[in-house]
Ligand binder design. Structure first.
Ligand SMILES: NC(=O)c1ccc[n+]([C@@H]2O[C@H](COP(=O)([O-])OP(=O)(O)OC[C@H]3O[C@@H](n4cnc5c(N)ncnc54)[C@H](O)[C@@H]3O)[C@@H](O)[C@H]2O)c1
Ligand SMILES: [Zn+2]
Length: 431
């Protein structure tokens, strides 16, 4: 692979700071023993929230009534895409059964988890779309009990539009609580929530670390770090559009890398020249975030061929991968490591972030090498079953006993043998 870096990243790749892990460990230990009392303490201390944690039906209805109809319609439009995409995914997850040998049946079932906990981030921005992505997907998977939690926005609590999105998506209950204490409320079953079987949704480093530490007894969607995006562009790409896309995703935070990979030097030069001006036009605090992200983490790489670009992208395994180049079908089949793929100049990562349909909760920091993003499958257990009758029993018992004895597992061998004895006794007594 031939690559020339026109801009390198002087900053460290983002990773969880040791002090975040320590803070979370102490908080979870206190929350595990102290329960709701400790959660309330943290809500006051960290978010200045003295109100009730559980949002009542009357409060939800009042909030819904305050949301402008136009915004409701738009949230509904996005919700419709996201839930229809999830429903189509659900239809691909099938039960199946087959007769492996005469008298040996085996199958799989898709069983929805009983209780999901959806974290909806709300600190710096009000992530309405995240509510749709997590809750509506759990709903389409068939999860019967869905808790949604989000931090309060000052003394106002969860913003009205967010409550509307949570309610529309099918949350069973909504809790005004964020951060580690929000995750703990769902994990430990506080404030009327059941103990969650899975914790999903993006969040800051504290939220991600809390999920990571709780993983094991409880499932999680993935360990999600800061968002990242890579644009692949050839000479057909428009520098202004590419620059706007890179700046748009750098806005997420000072630790959010953006990368441009191209075969076309003039495009790279034009984008490098244009990005600082576009960042300067952003309002604060978005401008500061994008400035740092661009300065410390952004890379611009020049490749010889599309295949070199594809190899570069596969090695990065970006969360968002956007192709602005000719021959989109080639790229769609060639690229192998990404959370979600955006094909062509007409789409943009922002469409996927908010409204297009595929989930925006995606693997970051290279995790796309081994996993995709949030989907109905994360809320389903693919479990298996087997059943054997007299025709399959002799062979199955013989082979099992043989393998067991070869492994030194005599107890296993005997539980196979006893079935042959029982079978011949049954055959004798009935025959
Ligand atoms: N990848 C995606 O799909 C996606 C989508 C939306 C948002 N996000 C990410 O979600 C994150 C949102 O972060 P946020 O902070 O704005 O909101 P957040 O809701 O994740 O976190 C806010 C909470 O953090 C806790 N907190 C803050 N400082 C703390 C400290 N010092 N000690 C302990 N707890 C503390 C507070 O309790 C607060 O409630 C961003 O990183 C963003 O990139 C990702
Ligand atoms: Zn984004």
């Amino acid at each position: 692979m031939s690559v020339t870096h026109l801009k390198t990243a002087p900053g460290e790749p983002p990773r969880t700071a040791a002090d975040v892990a320590d803070t979370v460990q102490v908080m979870l230990a206190r929350l595990r023993t102290g329960g709701a009392q400790v959660a309330l303490e943290y809500a006051r201390q960290l978010d200045g929230w003295y109100g009730a944690i559980t949002v009542t039906r009357a409060e939800i209805d009042a909030a819904v009534a305050r949301v402008p109809q136009g915004l409701k319609d738009d949230i509904g439009w996005a919700h419709d895409n996201i839930s229809r995409f999830a429903a189509a995914q659900r239809a691909t997850a099938q039960d199946m059964a087959l007769e492996l040998r005469p008298g040996l049946w085996a199958g799989q079932r898709q069983i929805p988890l009983a209780a999901a906990g959806c974290y909806v981030p709300g600190g710096r921005y009000s992530h309405i779309a995240s509510a749709l992505m997590s809750i509506a997907t759990a709903r389409e998977a068939g999860v019967p009990d869905i808790t949604a939690c989000s931090p309060p926005n000052g003394s106002q609590g969860i913003p009205d539009a967010m409550l509307y999105a949570m309610d529309l998506s099918g949350a069973t209950r909504i809790l005004t609580i964020g951060g580690v204490q929000g995750i703990a409320a769902m994990a430990f079953g506080l404030f009327g929530a059941p103990t969650a079987d899975i914790l999903v949704g993006p969040g800051n480093a504290y939220v991600a670390e809390a999920k990571r530490q709780l993983f094991g007894p409880i499932g999680i969607d993935m360990f999600a770090g800061p968002t990242d995006s890579l644009v692949l562009a050839d000479d057909t790409a428009d520098p202004e559009t590419v620059a706007a896309d890179l700046v748009g995703q750098a806005e997420h935070g000072s630790n959010s890398p953006v990368w441009l990979v191209t075969t076309h030097r003039p495009l790279a030069d034009a984008v490098l020249a244009r990005v600082p001006a576009l960042i300067a036009e952003l309002p604060e605090p978005n401008r500061a975030a994008a400035t740092a992200a661009w300065r410390d983490l952004a890379e611009v790489a020049l490749c010889d061929t599309p295949e070199d670009m594809a190899q570069y992208a596969d090695a990065k395994a970006p969360e968002h991968l956007h192709v602005q180049a000719r021959d989109l079908p080639w790229w769609r089949m060639r690229l192998r490591a990404y959370g979600s793929l955006f094909l062509g100049e007409n789409t943009t990562v922002a469409f996927g972030d908010k409204a297009a349909g595929p989930n925006h909760v995606l693997p970051t920091s290279g995790a796309a090498r081994y996993t995709g993003g949030l989907s109905v499958h994360k809320f389903l257990k693919t479990v298996t079953w087997q059943e054997v009758d007299a025709r399959a029993l002799p062979d199955l018992a013989r082979v099992t006993a043989s393998l067991s004895r070869a492994e030194g597992m005599e107890g296993h061998a005997r539980s196979a043998d006893i079935r042959l004895v029982t079978q011949s006794r049954t055959a004798t007594s009935t025959g």
